[in-house]
Each structure stands twice: as C-alpha cells, then as structure tokens.
Design a protein around this ligand. Sequence first.
Ligand code: GDP
Ligand code: MG
Length: 439
Amino acid sequence: DKISDGFKSAINKIRMKDDEKALKKALDELKKNLLKADVHFKVVKDLLREVEVETKKAGIGKANFLKALDKTLTKILTAPGNYGFVYASKPPTVVLMTGLQGSGKTTTTAKLANYLKEFKKKKVLMVAADLQRLAAVEQLKQLAEQNGLDIFYDENSKDPVDIAKRGVEEAKEKFYDVVLIDTAGRLAIDDELMNELIKIKNEVNPHEIFYVADSLTGKDALNTAKQFDEKLDITGVILTKYDGDSKGGVALSIAHQVGKPLRFIGTGEKVQDIEVFVPERIVSRIMGAGDIEGLVEKTSAIIDEKEAKKLTKKLKKGKFNYEDFLNQLEQMKKLGSMKNLLGMIPGMGNMLKQLGDIDLENSAEIKKIKAMISSMTPKERQNPELIKESASRRRRIAQGSGLSIQEINRINKQFQNAAKMAKKFAGKKMPNMNELMKM
Ligand code: GDP
Ligand code: MG
C-alpha cells in the first residue's frame, strides 16, 4: 500500500504538466516512497534511472511514465531461471529448503507439499532433516498429519546428511515425484550451518535449492540471501510472510540483488497460503490493482474449471450477482484465508477492512452477509439492482435477517462497488493505469 500511494502522488505531479521539471518531481516522490517501502537504495537508483530514460524516450507524460515504470518493475522481477515448480526429467525432483531460523522453511515445506499434492496431483515426500532442535521434526510430523502429507524422519538420528540421503532413497524406491528436504536454520549465518547445507547438497544433488526469506526482515533478508547464494548457488527464492506488514519492497530488492527468480510467495500461516510468483501479478499488486487472474486460477483448482470460466465471463459482463457471491464464499472455505483471496478482487478493499484477518467460518461479517443473502428471494439474488433500487426490499431483508437497515445498506453498497470494480478489471492482464489513477 505504501508503494501504491507513492505511485499515485508521483503520478499526480505530472498529471498536468508535460515537462522535465514535472518528471523530476515525480521521480523524487517515487524515490521517497520506494525507500519508505523498504526497497534497497541500489534498486531504487537503478529503477529511477531506467524509468527516467524510458519516459523521455517515449515522451514525458503520465501514460509513458506509468508504462516505463511497469516495464522496469517487470524487468527487475524477472530474473533468469525457472518459474513456479519445475520437475526434473527423471523423478523424484529433489528440492532443498534453506534459510535462517524462523524464515518459514518448515511451514513452506508443508505448503509446497500440499500445493503439489492437491493442485498438481503429485506424490510428495517431505524429509525432516532439521535435527538442530527436537521440536523441528515434531513440527513437520504434525503438519504432515494434519494435512495428510507424507514424511520421512528418524527421531534417533543425529545426522542430517544421512537423513537427507535416506529420504531421497526412500523417495526413489517408492516412486515419489517430489522430495522436499526441510533443513535446519540459525539465527544468523555461520560456517557450521553452511557446511551442513553444502554437505547435504553434495550428498543428494538437489535439482532445486530454494532460499526461504522472511519478507518482514527487510534489508537483512537481502544480505543473507546473497550469502546463501554465494555458498550454495540457490535456484530460487521463496518469500514468506508477505501477508504481514511487509512493505513489498523486499520482493523487488531480492530479485534485483540476488538475480535469482522468486518462485513462490507465502501469504499466511495456513498450509494453503502459498502462491506461485508471477512477476506481472506482483507488479499490478504493487501498483495497487487487484488480481482477477490469480483468483480464478486459485479457485479453479478447487471449483471445477467450467465454474471458474463462467465466473470470469459473468464478471466481464458485470453480471456478478449475490448468488455467485454466496457460492464464492462457500467455495472459499476450502481455500486459505479469505483476506488473501478477496485481496485479489479489485474493489474489495473496503470489505477487507471490515473482515480483518479472520477465519471465514467464524467471521461475524461473513455471517451477516450470509444472513442477508438468505433473506433474499431467488430473483433478488440474481438481480442485485433490485436491492439497490428498492428501500422496501432492503427493509424486508433487514427484518428477515435480523440485521439493521444500516447494515443491509452498507453490505449492499460494498457488493455494488466490488461488482463494479470486478467488471472493470475482469480478464484484463494489466489494469489500465490511467483508469487506476482516477480511482
Ligand atoms: P523455520 O524455522 O524456517 O522452519 O520457520 P517455520 O516454518 O517454523 O515458521 C516460523 C513462523 O513463521 C511460524 O510461526 C509460521 O507459522 C510463520 N510463517 C511461516 N510462513 C508464513 C507466512 O507466509 N505468513 C505468516 N503470517 N506466517 C508465516
Ligand atoms: Mg523449521
């Protein structure tokens, strides 16, 4: 959010004038805000220079400035390498999960295992090779149990290299598609940690070495990522806790400074809270737009594809109604936190504020929305404008649902806004920046 505000005020500075002075002011404003958002100063410098050059090349003006910004951000976020999860030509694909203590390795191991199992129908084995703390193996065991995931561990072993090796052997014998090796971390980098990881690496020859970075640690994450890369030659970065107070700049900084692609983003504590990193999506999110594509992709793995297509079509036509809304709420129960999903729908911002970061099933707000919808006639559910246009209908629904008329009005307004925004953006890859700035 910090970044998007920065963009907006920067853009507004060149809204009227088409000259160098205005561009300079816009760039200054952008710089301040990027720094505030924890983007590394080197990245800021490079980014500003490139935006300036590109804007001038195309002609100073708001549209060209935004285009240049978009292009530059995308370029920074697109380091060469693999994207998403890439399988080895001969299974099992062996993945080493590395990072500092508390960065989210163990949680992310379970998230990835769950993602590959549920969405990609792969056979995945997690290996508990963090033997620094007793609780580490127990943590992964619990995650395995809670989510029906497979795990290899040996509570009697003290040798992580041996466990890793045996885990991979087990995976080969039992025809697993993927092995995810969870390793130990430290509070800071030390030789012992690095040597252990290097030994595991040499023993199991992983196809991928993921560096798991806590996006809340800001600039530290950057230096540590660089050191891990120097020692281990990582193949990708997973950014966790992107749901928290993360200022978003870390994603940009790591991609720029380490030069390895971001692969996944962790967006919550639940096992479902993981997203494939797609540069364009982060750019549009940084720039303050929602992400319909991401929403449809995520939901379509659970709802069938036909449903998802139907929904996109409806959104495009502006025919998203209360029935769809209720349907979506029901479907979303199966997914991770509501907030992340709603965050992908443009215009849902206000509703998000009401919802806070809460459980779908226990949310008072969701209960209210459901109560309201169940007091509607089928016709009203399909034609939201009936509710919008008739105060007497709203009064009747208020009585039926036990909500106050003010609450009904508020929810109705939120729904109308969301539907309007959703229509505007449905199916568009990148939102139209000019339109965005008017919002
Ligand atoms: P490890 O020491 O690297 O294995 O880290 P853990 O996987 O044990 O995670 C440390 C803490 O961070 C736990 O409390 C996790 O629930 C939490 N965590 C991990 N990933 C995320 C995330 O993406 N979002 C949030 N909010 N919390 C996370
Ligand atoms: Mg751990």
